[in-house]
Design a binder for this molecule. Structure first.
Ligand code: ADP
Ligand code: MG
Length: 278
């Protein structure tokens, strides 16, 4: 086929146009990527800084309480006051538990991230686990905490028991922490052939829609979390609890979701698949 000079010029212009589009596309993508790396690095160092600051603060408080408690017990000033002595023993134990659970959380997250966590799943009776949580939390809290539980006696969940307890503890702890002085926590269970779910709801400060995805990220806290105001709780934390819960639910082949409205409380739902052989 004979190509006229005009057609040849048009074809060259078209090719030139196409290749410039491709080149501009690549350049824009490269530029975007560079800018993103810079932003990500800044964000990461910001997160690391926040993490070290809150981690040090959160670890300093229980360590100081433990040292003070042990000094008091050794000093003998409460030897004739067994009730007071018991109170101090309880405080030392509680603060140690707090530190241990923090360290365990950091270690378990690291294991999950490197794909090295081994689950020991079995059919767990949920009711006794929930009963234990209900006994523990009002004792730990300075607030008035009440529970309503809709979990049948024969409710079972196929999960790793120690990790399920830790996930529920994190949700109950958050429900208590991000609420006013009177806390109501509702725990409910539902199931069908394919999945079982556990809901933990509260009447707390709630989470704006725009922040609901972010709170599951590592070190992320909602904007109200730190504020001591009528809308915030001034509660301290690292932003690791929900990250732990989300990673753990993925390990179980399940999920965690949130539904919440500022000022109207929050509901977190854990969903576990039912194993086909049971
Ligand atoms: N039940 C809840 N009500 C309101 N806000 C919550 C609730 N649970 C979690 N959040 C928000 O999500 C953030 C992340 O939670 P989490 O990962 O447990 O970290 P931490 O409690 O250490 O801050 C919290 O800082 C808080 O802003
Ligand atoms: Mg938390």
């Amino acid at each position: 086929m004979v190509v006229s000079p005009v057609q040849d010029v048009l074809r060259r212009v078209w090719l030139l146009y196409l290749s410039s589009i491709v080149l501009i596309g690549f350049a824009a993508w490269g530029l975007y990527y560079q800018v993103k790396i810079i932003f990500d690095q800044n964000r990461l160092s910001e997160l690391r800084e926040t993490f070290s600051r809150t981690m040090v603060h959160d670890m300093k408080t229980p360590i100081s309480s433990i040292i003070t408690g042990i000094r008091m017990l050794r000093g003998g000033q409460f030897d004739s006051l067994p009730e007071k002595k018991q109170e101090i023993f309880d405080l030392v134990e509680r603060e140690n538990q707090h530190l241990l659970s923090l360290v365990n959380k950091v270690l378990t997250i690291a294991k999950m991230e490197s794909g090295k966590l081994v689950l020991n799943r079995k059919q767990i009776a949920l009711k006794p686990m929930v009963d234990e949580l209900m006994e523990k939390y009002p004792l730990r809290s300075k607030k008035a905490v009440t529970f309503s539980v809709d979990v049948p006696d024969d409710a079972v969940v196929y999960a790793d028991p120690s990790h399920l307890t830790e996930c529920l503890s994190n949700l109950v702890e958050n429900a208590e922490k991000y609420s006013g002085r009177t806390v109501h926590i509702a725990i409910a269970y539902a199931h069908d052939e394919a999945q079982t779910s556990i809901q933990v709801s509260d009447n707390g400060v709630g989470i704006p829609q725009s922040e609901q995805a972010r709170i599951f990220e590592k070190f992320e806290r909602a904007s109200r979390a730190n504020k001591r105001s009528t809308t915030g709780t001034g509660a301290t934390g690292f932003g690791l609890g929900l990250n732990y819960v989300q990673l753990m639910m993925k390990e179980h082949g399940g999920s965690v979701t949130v539904s919440s409205e500022p000022g109207r409380g929050s509901t977190f739902t854990l969903t576990f698949p039912v194993p086909s052989e049971t």
